[in-house]
Design a protein around this ligand. Structure first.
Ligand code: FE2
Length: 465
């Protein structure tokens, strides 16, 4: 995410109460989010259980890691803008063959480690997500330019096949599994506030249009169906007066904003806006066309987010996100909405073969409280069954990345790869779960000798190396 809800995963100091607001102080340099000081290469990692031989490829993860190895402050803005560090764990022949971590070789990196190179390197900080599209592996920034890398984490620099997105795009573009198209947006606090774009299966941008919105708002994710794209214009927007009050990021909840879902034909056309109840949505689960006049959109929804107390100038503690469904009748304009489950979740993932299509299963991190990301949950929409992989108190885990079994047909035939931070040892395990039976515990666990910071998002790149 560039996910502010991840702020909740910080190891906490005692809370203090300031008026009606609960103010929480964090120590970014301890616990699951703490950075690592250097780059390492490890081979033949120890494991327990049986690593599936069909699991051949590399798990990549991305997140902020200060170039000098320590965060300077203890708030969200001391954390998420820091330099992109990528982590890679490679699998082949039933073994975890290699772990490697590298900072992206951007201008920011060179300013500290190789000043002579700095003018020649891209000025972006791709620390949010990783995406393989059109044969190009991209580290993605929150609105900034994508950055090409190899699965071995060598930096290639500005993308060659996705040059059309050099001006920046969301870290959560969607790829249509049938057409291979990439669908994205770019939100900015400077005009134009919102652009929408589509690249073909070769990465060439074919659609690039400005979308008219009344004011800039915080947009992190979008959804697609087989025919349309869905943009989220919600209640967290800009308030530049906050800069005078000492805030570095002028974003807050606005009661007076109308939350809306914008529905635009895949390749451009009029945007139709559908009003919804006030909310903020960090991450989309999936969307699909139920029929030609009905769209289903599943998300992780917050009833409010970044609520600022005007008297104290402090943010209230955010609630947890809940799995939520919108059913949009595009003929009548009616939107029905409501929760699909109780309990806090975040970082939802699906079998990406179902992106934009009707789907049955989703996987997510559990948030027992907004201070924890602990446990993995699987929802089966068809049977309305929820199963869990529980993670011990004090440990924390990353998002569950779904890896399909090669040649598998069933939607849930595959594995979930989850990084679990072991607080007692200050190390991380890579847990491999059978996606069909996560409650049974790991089929295998790879033991890393040191921490992999929780970071934001990751991806699986198939192919043994
Ligand atoms: Fe995200």
């Amino acid at each position: 995410m560039r996910s502010r809800s991840l702020a909740a995963t910080f190891r906490r100091r005692p809370k203090t109460v300031d008026g009606d607001n609960i103010v929480t102080a964090f120590d970014l340099n301890r616990g699951a989010l703490a950075p690592v000081p250097d780059e390492v290469d490890l081979v033949e990692l120890p494991s327990t259980g049986a690593i599936p031989r069909e699991l051949a490829g590399t798990l990549l993860r991305n997140g902020p890691n200060p170039l000098r190895g320590r965060f300077d402050g203890n708030d969200v803005l001391s954390w998420w803008p820091e330099a992109a560090m990528l982590h890679a764990i490679a699998f082949a022949d039933g073994r975890a063959t290699r772990y490697r971590n590298r900072w992206a070789r951007t201008r920011r990196w060179a300013d500290v480690h190789a000043p002579a190179q700095a003018p020649h390197l891209p000025d972006t900080n791709p620390n949010v997500n990783v995406l393989l599209h059109a044969g190009e592996l991209l580290a993605l920034a929150e609105g900034g330019a994508p950055f090409a890398i190899t699965p071995e984490l060598d930096s290639l620099g500005s993308p060659l096949r996705h040059a059309g997105f050099g001006g920046g795009m969301t870290a959560h573009p969607k790829v249509d599994p049938l057409t291979g198209e990439l669908i994205a947006f770019r939100a900015d606090w400077r005009a134009p506030w919102l652009r929408y774009g589509v690249a073909d299966a070769q990465g060439v941008q074919r659609v690039d249009i400005a979308v008219d919105v009344p004011a800039p708002s915080m947009m992190h994710d979008l959804a697609i169906t087989a025919t349309h794209s869905l943009l989220l214009d919600l209640n967290v927007g800009y308030d530049f007066s906050m800069l005078k009050q000492g805030h570095r990021m002028p974003l807050r909840w606005h009661d007076d904003r109308q939350a809306r879902i914008g529905v635009i034909p895949r390749h451009g056309g009029d945007v139709r806006w559908f009003g919804i109840t006030p909310c903020f949505i960090q991450h989309v689960v999936n969307a699909y066309d139920r029929d030609e006049a009905c769209i289903v959109l599943d998300v992780v929804r917050y009833p409010w987010y970044l609520r600022l107390d005007a008297n104290t100038g402090r943010f209230a503690e955010n609630p947890v996100g809940v799995l939520w469904r919108y059913v949009i009748d595009t003929a009548t304009g009616r939107v029905d909405e409501g929760p699909l489950a109780d309990g806090g979740i975040e970082m939802p993932r699906i079998n990406e073969r179902q992106t934009g299509r009707d789907y049955r299963y989703l996987y997510a991190v559990e948030q027992p409280t907004n201070a924890e990301m602990r446990g993995v949950v699987r929802f089966d929409h068809e049977r309305r069954v929820t199963t869990r992989y529980e993670v011990p108190t004090d440990d924390q885990n990353s998002e569950p990345v779904f890896v399909p079994r090669p040649g598998g047909i069933d939607e849930d035939d595959g594995w979930l790869l989850v990084m679990v931070y072991r607080a007692a040892k200050d190390t991380s395990d890579l847990v491999i779960l059978d996606a069909r039976a996560i409650q049974a515990g790991p089929v295998a666990t790879v033991h890393l000798p040191r921490r992999v910071p929780a970071g934001f998002h990751g991806a699986w790149v198939p192919g043994a190396r």
